[in-house]
Design a protein around this ligand. Structure first.
Ligand SMILES: C[S@@+](CC[C@H](N)C(=O)[O-])C[C@H]1O[C@@H](n2cnc3c(N)ncnc32)[C@H](O)[C@@H]1O
Length: 379
């Protein structure tokens, strides 16, 4: 299979067997990681100047800034998230039979679903008449990291689209600890909830616009500190070696942007014929057709977390995520040699915000924060 990866980042949305022929990414620091991970692939910088050549498949997690809850929410009309349409054009130029795409779950909700209706419309018009989507969490794939993203497989080959909805073999993942001793939380929050997460990390995010690295914090035994760059690489399922020598700030940014490796592989491997044997999912429920969905946008639709847009109708795919399959093994991933502590400023700032907001914080974490503030102040 010949493939082209767009918006490659550090390569989370890549198949397990073959590397993409071309990797297209603007960020030079990402290029360093990509060239270490995929030495065979050709690197290109800007999607706007790419001449793709012939390819069977296009992969791409296109920029989410205009779609995410935290952003300005211009949607696909925004300069960055509008690059989705460039991805579709490249697929047409390459004469590809499939596109595999990724973005934040807010894509399904923004503007009462109009942006996602536009995505389906553009893909359908480009000739990809079988389109499935599915919201997946990295915790379903043995990683103690709450990271929900929506994945799309749009294809001329129905079996390729259906394969995205195949069962996830969670028995392969050693991920569940019933009484975890480590928890993650947002130390920069406090005015809103800190997202205390027993046994896993809350979602890694890209640093603020001031590019101050702010990964979540981890709390275990008597320790409270930020996740180290190495730990964030593990939380996303990447190997450590390609990131050697990079600044912490760059690694935090890359991990905040990336698709978790086992999730990206599960999704892209939908194009592997070995994964296409299950056929069309049986339990699809038709979403009542609104002409406006496809003919005369906008159409307000409450899109389900997973579904299938077929030539004749659009269906919901009921995809319950069982708690028992969600990973809570954060303690296995912790670097015990890291003796750092949350700074006095960070600890006191968080305590102050918690006091003001009245948001909840487990007692033992509150003690640890008070200790961190006092102990560091004495030094
Ligand atoms: C959401 S991230 C994708 C992350 C990637 N899926 C991964 O696993 O690391 C979007 C990426 O698109 C890149 N990007 C933005 N505009 C671009 C452009 N015009 N051409 C190529 N890459 C671009 C950004 O630098 C960023 O790394």
């Amino acid at each position: 299979m010949r493939s082209i990866s767009l918006f490659s980042g550090v390569g989370g949305l890549e198949p397990s067997a073959v590397s993409a022929d071309v990797l297209c990414e603007l960020d030079p620091e990402c290029h360093m990681v990509l060239s270490r991970r995929f030495p065979e692939s050709r690197l290109h910088d800007d999607v706007m100047t790419l001449s793709p050549g012939r390819a069977d498949a296009i992969f791409g997690g296109w920029p989410c800034q205009d779609l995410s809850v935290a952003g300005l929410r211009k949607g696909l009309a925004g300069d960055r998230s509008g690059l989705f349409f460039r991805m579709v054009d490249i697929a047409l130029e390459a004469n590809a039979n499939s596109i595999v795409a990724e973005n934040v779950p807010n894509l399904l909700r923004l503007d009462q679903g109009q942006n996602f209706a536009l995505v389906l419309e553009a893909l359908r018009r480009a000739g990809f008449s079988h389109i499935t989507w599915r919201t997946l969490n990295a915790r379903q794939f043995g990683l103690p990291h709450q990271r929900r993203r929506v994945f799309i497989v749009a294809s001329e080959i129905p079996e390729a689209a259906w394969a995205l909805l195949r069962p996830i073999d969670s028995s392969r993942h050693r991920g569940r600890i019933e009484t975890p001793i480590a928890a993650g939380f947002y130390w920069t929050a406090g005015s809103q909830g800190i997202n205390f997460s027993d046994g896993y990390s809350p979602t890694l995010k890209v640093g603020s616009s001031l590019s101050i690295p702010s990964p979540p914090a981890v709390f275990f035994d008597d320790t409270v500190r930020m996740f180290s760059p190495k730990e964030t690489v593990r939380l996303q399922g990447f190997p450590l070696r390609p990131f050697r020598g990079l600044e912490s700030k760059a690694i935090y940014r890359m991990m905040g942007n990336a698709v978790a490796v086992p999730v990206g592989r599960f999704v892209t491997d939908s194009l592997d014929p070995n994964n296409q044997k299950a056929g069309r999912p049986e339990n699809l429920a038709e979403i009542p057709r609104q002409d406006s969905i496809f003919e005369d946008l906008p159409g307000a639709v409450n899109w389900p977390a997973a579904g299938y847009s077929a030539p004749e109708a659009v269906y919901e795919f009921p995809d319950p995520v069982h708690k028992s399959t969600l990973c809570t093994s954060l303690e296995r991933l912790i670097d015990r040699d890291d003796n750092s502590t949350l700074s006095v400023r960070a600890a006191t700032g968080l305590l102050r915000r918690l006091e003001r907001s009245g948001k909840s914080c487990p007692e033992d974490l509150r003690f640890a924060l008070e200790r961190a503030a006092l102990a560091t102040a004495r030094v």
